[in-house]
Structures are given as structure tokens and as C-alpha cells.
Ligand binder design. Structure first.
Ligand SMILES: [Zn+2]
Length: 423
């Protein structure tokens, strides 16, 4: 490529000034046919005296874009590099702490990770590397893929940056809401029935009366019913409790929703993303009596009550650890998408089916964009320590008043840990 004009931009003081100084003194003299335009100030007598015939000291200019446009190559870091690339100019990145070199597919990752050389531990600036690279560019030994530059810079576009900034902000709000609590009781329920069912093998139900007594007990003790979504939305509860109901049974609509309304309590219901599944087929296979799941209409009624957070529980209620990577990703992210389009709202929490997960499953839930991954009897006692491994307390039928108070005491998980037992 022809190197008639090369521009460098930055302050002439501090570490940036040192780079300019060395370009003027050590690089420019080796390319006498190239004009080096140095944009930035203050232009002191020292710089003026050092500038050779092919160095133009421009001081601060109002239209730096025009300088970039008029240049065959731009040298700089941070904003200088990014703006020049946006204008489609070839760039050599050098920042306060590192010389990155010509920007192409092999250097862009390092460039972005270091803000084009500004943010890194100090690697002393080797002008010989820059001289070598300029020589290669001038001779055509290397060419720069400026056509790919817009693609490299997608991450810097406002429509990409804004959601990430908001996500970090929300994460910080959630952490602040959770931090004060050594233990937030998150209770796991499944079915809610008016009478004890015949032949239930897994005892995954409570009666309406039991649940009502428990809700009353929590209210009397000053608990505040919240959902994961509430916390994601910035609620800072004083004494939180989370009631969660797995699988999305039809009886939740019939029996739980009226209770929530009666006591203005709130709950999370974890439902399947595959809305064609109408019963608990995974438990029927194990000998559990059949139970209907909520229809879309019933689920929407729960959502519209404003008292229920709809969370995801996978597409089909399979053990995630037994799935290959592609199916796992689908179970986790397709259930989010499907439910979000059904309820026309965001789904922020995911309950691992059977409470079974390992590092890979946690990563899948995180990368699908959930704020909470909810397990059963695993995960840290303190929710703030890992929002992707939320530990819950399983509720069984026949829990008496005292047991219930113990389970929601605020020290139960630590107590169980001390005793070395599951709960
Ligand atoms: Zn389940």
C-alpha cells in the first residue's frame, strides 16, 4: 500500500506523548517519503525542535475525522483506533502499555481486550516492531482487511453496548438486594390439592389448608413474599421469602392462585417450554398418578394476576446432565423464548429439572440470559454467593407448624449443613 500520509493522534504529554516522541524521533526518519501528521498537543518547543522535515505537528484540531480520512494509515489507541476503523482507515494500534500492531484478524482480539494497547501491564514500546510493520505495509507484504473492520467493531455499537451496560447495572441491583441476607428461604412445592391424593409415590403435594396455614404463619412473622423477578426489578425486601411451585400443575391455577389472591401473597411457578405436554408423563412412568398441567390460558391467568412469576423448567422435563450440548442449549434457551412469547414478558429464572446440574448446565443457563438458576438441595446457603445455584427447601405434605417455622427460620440451611443432612 502507498504510505504517503500517516496520522498519529493523542496527547503530547504523559505516556502518549512518549509514544509520539519516539515515532517522531525513531520511526519517521526511516520513512522519509511519508508524511507523519501528529495530531494533539500541547506542541512544545521540544517537539518542534525534534520534528524532521516529514513530521507535521498539528496541535489540537476540531475535525480529527478529516485528518483520518486524508491518511493512508492511522496509528493510535482507544477511541482513535476505533474511530479510524469506523472510517475505514487501516490502523496500527499502539497504546500506553502495549504495541499491538496492524489490525487484522490475528490482532483484533488482543486489541479489543486491551483497548487497543492502552489497558494492559506495561510492555515497553518497541519502535523496531512498528518500523518493521510499516515497511511490510509499504511494500505490500501485508495488507489490512479494512472491509472487515465494521464487523470487528460491532461490539462497540450503542445497540450492543446499551443492553450490556443495563445487564451489568441490573446484576448490581440484584446483588445489592441479596447481599444483606445470610439465608433467604426459598420453598419448593409442586401440587396444591384440596384432599390428599390416593397412591402418591413421591408426595409432591401440599393440601390447600396446609399451604394456607403456612402462608398465614409467614405473614404473621413479617415475611415479605417476593419472586426472583421482583428482585430483578429492583425490589429490596426487608424479610423475604420465596414460594416456588415446580412443573406448572393445573391445580396451581385452581387452588394456589385463589390463595395468593386471598392473602396477596406472591409465588414463582416453573413451567415447561413445550406447551404440548399436558401431564406429568415423566413421573407417570415412575408410578406416580397422572396430573394435568396448566393450559396456556390458565398460565396466562396466573401471569396476569400480577402475583405470579412464570419461570422456566426446561422444554420437556429431562435431566439436563444426560443431554448433549445442542439439546441442553435448546432445553434451556428455547424454554425461555417460548415462555417469553407466550406471556409477553421476560423470564428471569430457570429451575433445573430434578435439581440436577453441573458446571456445564450452569453455564448454559447463564448464557441463555437467566439471572437465576434454581436447584433443590444443592448450592450455597447464601443466595448472593451464586445466583445460578439457588438452594431451596423442599416442602412435603404433613409438615407441622413447628417444622414449618424451623424450615423458614432463616437459619435452617445452616443448621442442616451443621447436621450434615439434606433438607
Ligand atoms: Zn419438575
Amino acid at each position: 500500500m502507498v504510505l504517503n500520509n500517516v496520522a498519529w493522534a493523542g496527547r503530547l504529554t504523559g505516556p502518549k506523548g512518549e509514544i509520539a516522541w519516539r515515532i517522531i524521533g525513531e520511526v519517521a526518519p526511516q520513512f522519509p517519503a511519508t508524511v507523519f501528521t501528529i495530531v494533539g498537543g500541547p506542541v512544545t518547543e521540544r517537539f518542534r525542535a525534534a520534528a524532521g522535515h516529514n513530521v507535521h505537528l498539528q496541535d489540537f484540531v476540531s475535525d480529527v475525522d478529516a485528518v483520518y480520512r486524508a491518511s493512508d494509515l492511522v496509528i493510535g489507541a482507544g477511541r482513535v483506533a476505533i474511530e479510524a476503523m469506523q472510517l475505514g482507515r487501516p490502523v496500527i494500534a499502539v497504546g500506553e502499555n502495549r504495541y499491538i500492531g496492524p489490525i487484522d484478524g490475528t490482532t483484533i482480539a488482543l486489541a479489543k481486550a486491551t483497548n487497543f494497547g492502552d489497558c494492559d501491564r506495561l510492555h515497553p514500546f518497541d519502535t523496531a516492531a512498528m518500523v518493521r510493520d510499516l515497511g511490510r505495509l509499504a511494500s505490500g507484504a501485508i495488507t489490512l482487511p479494512v472491509a472487515d473492520y465494521p464487523r470487528y467493531l460491532v461490539d462497540y455499537r450503542l445497540d450492543h453496548v446499551y443492553p450490556r451496560v443495563m445487564a451489568v447495572y441490573r446484576e448490581a441491583l440484584v446483588d445489592a438486594a441479596l447481599r444483606p441476607f445470610a439465608e433467604i428461604p426459598v420453598l419448593t412445592y409442586h401440587r396444591v390439592l384440596t384432599e390428599r391424593p390416593a397412591g402418591s409415590k413421591f408426595n409432591i403435594y401440599v393440601t390447600v389448608d396446609e399451604l394456607e396455614q403456612q402462608i398465614l404463619s409467614l405473614k404473621q412473622r413479617g415475611f415479605q413474599f417476593v419472586t426472583f423477578r421482583d428482585i430483578a426489578d429492583g425490589v429490596r425486601p426487608k424479610k423475604p421469602v420465596i414460594l416456588s411451585f415446580d412443573d406448572g400443575y393445573e391445580d396451581n391455577h385452581r387452588n394456589l392462585l385463589p390463595l395468593l389472591k386471598k392473602h396477596t401473597a406472591r409465588a414463582v411457578i416453573y413451567v415447561l417450554g413445550d406447551r404440548t405436554i399436558t401431564d406429568n408423563h415423566w413421573d407417570i412412568a415412575q408410578g406416580e398418578p397422572a396430573a394435568a398441567l396448566m393450559s396456556d390460558g390458565q398460565l396466562l391467568e396466573c401471569q396476569c394476576s400480577g402475583l405470579v412469576e412464570i419461570g422456566a423448567h426446561g422444554m420437556t422435563h429431562r435431566k439436563l446432565t444426560q443431554l448433549d450440548a445442542a439439546v441442553l442449549a435448546d432445553e434451556v434457551s428455547a424454554s425461555k423464548t417460548a415462555l417469553e412469547s407466550l406471556i409477553d414478558d421476560e423470564v428471569v429464572s430457570f429451575a433445573y429439572p430434578y435439581g440436577v446440574y453441573a458446571r456445564r448446565e450452569v453455564a448454559a443457563v447463564q448464557s441463555a440470559g437467566y439471572l437465576f438458576g434454581v436447584g433443590t438441595v444443592n448450592g450455597p446457603v447464601r443466595m448472593a454467593d451464586d445466583k445460578m445455584r439457588v438452594r431451596r427447601i423442599t416442602m412435603f405434605p404433613g409438615t407441622d407448624r413447628l417444622q414449618f417455622r424451623k424450615k423458614t427460620s432463616g437459619w435452617y440451611l445452616r443448621y442442616c449443613r451443621l447436621k450434615g443432612k439434606d433438607f
